[in-house]
Design a protein. Structure first.
Length: 308
């Protein structure tokens, strides 16, 4: 049916918030958000969740009114998502923190380990190498945030930034404290273990970057249309043959290599938590691909080839 009227109700109380008359049938949800914003200036578009059902998923900006299962008067439900912050800003804050926090411990500030002059530098080269690798990882993330990533959603709830920063910043401090501690002991197998870990680290970082570039290329010219990612000529992207989210596979590989390099228990625990969280994200994205694309490759797994 062609819709020319839109009724917007509060998702919780079912109270009518507004009634939009003479809405074009080909109007998008984004345009409806803007109309609603004019009536309620405090609820800017990115703060709005517009749904067909109070308990359903939010409608995407590009969805068209006449393509939705509604009658001549469309009833939509509004939920306030709270104050929002842009994803670019979120990532810059999250990743800048660990970069500088690590240096506080690496340079052995007197308030961390004490005033003993023996504590001013480490005799172990792997400590310097770990600092270089850790810094490289987060500098790469900052560069990707500014020049590579394209976000399907522009914002996230402001309240989440505190939780995210506690996670990234807190773990950076915990790892750095032990790796740079005066009593730190180097890996059991010496240079062989360290060299193996460095090579693995660099390969995983290159792979992670390659996947992010490949995913970014799917959204050229500002397109928000979701597409199936496929391997390119870049060998690092060939992992797409086997998994839906190789960026997470490489990310976990990066932290496994950092764990091997430093042979530090806190790093291992952080790696384990990363793996659990990224497996959850990968499974969710994998299910989304299967739901949206009937021709999605059936042999792909979410994060680990042939297993998980």
């Amino acid at each position: 049916f062609v819709s020319s009227q839109v009724e917007i109700l509060d998702w919780e109380t079912k109270k009518q918030l507004c009634f939009l008359d003479k809405v074009e049938p080909n109007a998008t949800i984004r345009e409806i958000r803007l109309m609603f914003h004019k009536l309620y200036p405090r609820w800017y578009p990115s703060r709005q969740s517009i749904k067909l059902d109070p308990k359903g998923k939010s409608l995407r900006d590009e969805e068209i009114l006449q393509h939705l299962p509604v009658g001549t008067t469309a009833t939509l439900y509004f939920k306030d998502l709270g104050p929002q912050i842009g994803w670019t800003t979120v990532f810059l804050i999250e990743y800048t923190g660990p970069l500088f926090i690590y240096f506080v411990f690496y340079f052995r500030m007197t308030f961390v380990y004490g005033l003993d002059e023996r504590f001013t530098s480490s005799p172990h080269p792997v400590v310097n190498l770990a600092c270089i690798c850790h810094s490289f990882h987060y500098i790469k993330r900052l560069i990707e945030t500014l020049f590579v990533h394209r976000f399907s959603r522009g914002t996230m709830p402001l309240r989440n930034i505190v939780k995210n920063c506690l996670y990234y910043w807190g773990f950076a401090a915990w790892l750095a404290y032990y790796i740079n501690h005066p009593l730190y002991t180097p890996p059991s197998y010496g240079k062989k273990q360290i060299n193996f870990a460095v090579i693995m680290f660099l390969l995983c970082e290159a792979g992670n970057f390659s996947i992010h570039v490949a995913l970014s290329d799917l959204r050229r010219n500002g397109s928000k249309t979701r597409k199936i990612p496929y391997p390119t000529k870049n060998p690092f992207t060939w992992l797409f043959f086997f998994v839906s989210c190789p960026n997470y596979t490489y990310e976990v590989g990066t932290w496994i290599s950092f764990t091997i390099m430093t042979q530090c228990v806190p790093v291992g625990l952080f790696t384990l938590l990363c793996f659990i969280q990224m497996t959850i994200w990968a499974k969710d994205k994998h299910c989304t691909y299967l739901r949206e694309f009937k021709d999605y490759p059936s042999h792909r797994m979410p994060i680990i080839p042939f297993l998980l």
